[in-house]
Design a protein around this ligand. Structure first.
Ligand SMILES: [Zn+2]
Length: 200
C-alpha cells in the first residue's frame, strides 16, 4: 500500500473515464517528479474549473454569460445543430464546415439509466426555435441505439407540431459507423456527414 496521500490520488484518478489503477499510478509518479510550482499551477487550473459555467442559450461551456459561439454575430443564426454533449460540439467545430449555432441536450434518452426526454434540454430547444427565426435543425447525435432513439423522438416531436412545420429538419449523413462516437470520428468523415446531411 502507498502512503495515503498517494493512494487517495490513485483512487481519484482511477475513477476517470478509461483510466485504470495502473495508469492512475503512472500519473501520480509523473506528478511526484514535478516541481512544487508545477503542482501549484496544475491544482490552480483544476480549481479554476469551478468558475466554468454553461451558456444559458445553448448549454455549451462558457466563461461568462453566453458562449463564444452564441455571441458571434457572423454565425448563421437560423440554423441550430443539436448535439448530446459539449464534446460533440467541439468535434463539429474542428471540421470548420459548420457556421451555425448549437443546442446541447445534455445527454441522450437512455431508459435503463433512467434518462428520459424530460431530463434533456428539449423544452429549451423548442422555446429557442419558437423565439428565433430558425430555419434548419440539424440532428447530430451518435449513431448508436440511444442516439437513434433520441433522434426519432425529436423528429416525431418536431413533425407532429404544426408550429414547426416550416422548419427543415436534417440528420447527419450515414457513413459514420454504427455504434461510433462523434467525439472520436475523424474530421473528414464528420465533415462529410454534415455537408451531405439528409433532409427528413
Ligand atoms: Zn451558447
Amino acid at each position: 500500500m502507498y502512503p495515503s496521500r498517494i493512494q487517495n490520488l490513485i483512487n481519484e484518478f482511477s475513477r476517470f473515464p478509461t483510466i485504470g489503477p495502473k495508469t492512475a499510478e503512472r500519473f501520480i509518479f509523473y506528478l511526484l517528479k514535478k516541481s512544487p510550482q508545477d503542482l501549484e499551477r496544475l491544482s490552480e487550473m483544476i480549481k479554476n474549473l469551478k468558475t466554468i459555467s454553461f451558456c444559458p442559450q445553448c448549454g455549451n461551456f462558457a466563461e461568462s454569460n453566453r458562449c463564444t459561439i452564441c455571441v458571434d454575430k457572423r454565425r448563421d443564426q437560423t440554423t441550430i445543430c443539436v448535439v448530446a454533449e459539449p464534446q460533440d460540439l467541439m468535434a463539429i467545430e474542428k471540421t470548420n464546415d459548420y457556421r451555425g449555432l448549437y443546442h446541447i441536450l445534455g445527454g441522450v434518452i437512455n431508459a435503463p439509466q433512467g434518462l428520459g426526454p424530460e431530463q434533456l434540454q428539449i423544452n429549451q430547444l423548442l422555446a429557442r426555435i419558437k423565439k428565433n427565426n430558425v430555419r434548419e435543425i440539424i440532428l447530430a447525435l451518435n449513431p448508436d441505439l440511444e442516439g437513434e432513439t433520441t433522434l426519432l423522438y425529436l423528429i416525431n416531436l418536431l413533425k407532429s407540431n404544426p408550429t414547426f412545420s416550416w422548419i427543415k429538419i436534417s440528420r447527419l449523413a450515414r457513413g459514420l459507423p454504427m455504434g461510433s462516437d462523434l467525439e472520436y470520428a475523424d474530421e473528414i468523415t464528420l465533415s462529410n456527414a454534415i455537408k451531405r446531411r439528409e433532409i427528413i
